[in-house]
Design a protein around this ligand. Structure first.
Ligand code: NAD
Length: 462
């Protein structure tokens, strides 16, 4: 059989990739001691990525998707072991979601105007090397998802991951570079430092070769990035309320809310953090939460103990974040039955376990006298984060009123919150929801620059 030019190229690429893998120290792809060196390596790699065809970028992304699935359980276990947060089963699902539903190069679209004066296009081009800061709550999920989108856009990426999740983050970054090398791409499409600190973060944020920074985390990091003088994508904190009105299927609402709230022990920033229920259905809702959805009804005394434990000295106790309900109850001396998934109680919106973004399966229920009151209380509880909110209602006017008042990047109706990530709902997945800066659910196109390409007086063939 004659060997075609493309077959020769494939063989050459494969051999080159194997040589690069052999050259690199095992398990060290993309990992540097020094932040400046890491940035230089990502810069060199971006020069290669920039010249690659969309098809070549897509080949690497396909390999990242496959490796993410193959390593889903390892990454899930590493994440739980290292951070002590979340649960393995849900983290496996989250990695599959990243692999299956993070958009690739198909997300880059072209806008065109064609007419008597020629053809003008808006094309989406790369920024270059992007800086990314990632949380400990979804460490590898965010790194893998960010890299797929950023690479699809023609960029490479320098991560400053949360120090509490550095081993898991390094594993994910190794995996990304192995996928690139195996697919004929360069090493260092994603890089980081062995020991990320605020200092390495500052070096990255101030570096002249980093034009864009994507921050996924709490309010502190988003403010730091937005003060850096660089363009910033700020995916910040939330405290999503779930409103239930008198037209809702209350039984299903209880089930959906508990499923969303307990997913990965409430770590996702989009997860239901409290309920605001219209008074006429509040008792019915409480009944379904406790009798059908494995919720533990905390007494006043237990709530007080939880406040002392979870918000010790008024500060969020990181040892409680992402723990399951039974562990949290055991911390206050309650030995709960094995089926318990969530802790519930009724309280005012100002209750510290309700007003604070806890990221643990504790669901306070606020009683509202009517729908307007429910909207007002939910808007207060969202704290102007403009992040996520949820509603269970069959009244379109109510849903519309709530959507306009709360003005969040995500609003899920009549489903668990994770439907917003494409899990049991339509649409793509992301783990970086740019709430503060308004891009909403990020994808490849978010990580590109718009460029106008103008051809005057030609190429209009209409
Ligand atoms: P965190 O804010 O403690 O840390 C996030 C990242 O920011 C880490 O890498 C940390 O090292 C870094 N960081 C923190 N302060 C910084 C500063 N001043 N300068 C530079 N870097 C800084 O958050 P976390 O506990 O890892 O994650 C949970 C938080 O992130 C929650 O508030 C959650 O809502 C939010 N979150 C938001 C999204 C989103 O898409 N909007 C996604 C996941 C998590």
């Amino acid at each position: 059989m004659p060997i075609s030019e493309s077959m020769v190229q494939d063989i050459v690429q494969e051999v080159m990739a194997k040589m690069q893998i052999a050259d690199a120290p095992a398990g060290k792809h993309g990992i540097f001691k020094d932040m400046n060196e890491a940035i230089e390596a990502a810069k060199a790699s971006q020069k290669i990525v920039r010249k690659m065809s969309l098809d070549q970028r897509e080949k690497i992304i396909t390999c990242i998707r496959r490796k993410t699935k193959e390593n889903a359980e390892i990454l899930a276990r590493m994440g739980v072991d290292e951070t002590g947060m979340g649960n393995v089963g849900d983290k496996i699902l989250k990695h599959h979601l990243v692999a299956d539903k993070t958009p690739g190069t198909e997300d880059l679209s072209t806008t065109a105007w064609s007419g008597d004066r020629g053809l003008t296009l808006i094309e989406m081009g790369p920024f270059g090397v992007i800086g990314a800061i990632t949380p400990c709550t979804n460490p590898s999920e965010t790194i893998l998802c960010n890299t797929i989108g950023m690479l699809a856009g023609g960029n490479t990426v320098v991560f400053n991951p949360h120090p509490a999740a550095i081993k898991t983050s390094i594993y994910a970054i190794n995996l990304l570079n192995e996928a690139s090398l195996e697919s004929g791409g360069p090493d260092n499409i994603a890089v980081t430092v062995e020991k990320p600190t605020l200092e390495t973060s500052n070096i990255m944020m101030k570096h002249k070769d980093i034009p864009l920074i994507a921050a996924t985390g709490g309010p502190g990091v988003v403010t730091a990035v937005l003060s850096s003088g660089k363009r910033g994508i700020g995916a910040g904190a939330g405290n999503p309320p779930a409103v239930v009105d008198e037209t809702a299927d209350v039984r299903k609402a209880a089930q959906d809310i508990v499923n969303g709230c307990t997913f990965d022990n409430n770590l996702p920033c989009i997860a239901e953090k409290e309920i605001v229920a219209v008074a006429s259905i509040t008792d019915e809702l409480m009944h379904y939460l406790v009798s059908e959805n494995d919720c533990y009804l905390a007494s006043k005394e237990e709530q007080d103990k939880l406040v002392e434990t979870v918000l010790a000295g008024g500060k969020l106790n990181r040892k409680c974040v992402g723990r399951d309900a039974r562990t949290l109850l055991s911390m206050i001396g309650v030995n709960a039955p094995a089926n318990i998934r969530c802790i519930v109680f009724e309280g005012p919106k100002e209750h510290p376990l309700i007003a604070t973004e806890l990221m643990m399966p504790i669901l306070g229920v606020v009683r509202a006298k009517d729908f307007d009151d429910a909207v007002e209380q939910a808007v207060w509880l969202e704290h102007g984060n403009r992040h996520s909110a949820h509603i269970h209602s069959k009244n379109i006017d109510n849903i519309t009123k709530y959507a306009k008042a709360i003005d969040t990047a995500i609003l899920v109706k009549n489903a668990p919150s994770y439907a917003a990530l494409g899990f049991g709902g339509e649409g793509y997945c992301t783990f970086t929801i740019a709430s503060r800066t308004g891009e909403g659910l990020t994808s490849a196109s978010t990580f590109t620059k718009r460029r106008r390409c103008v051809m005057a007086d030609s190429l209009c063939i209409r």
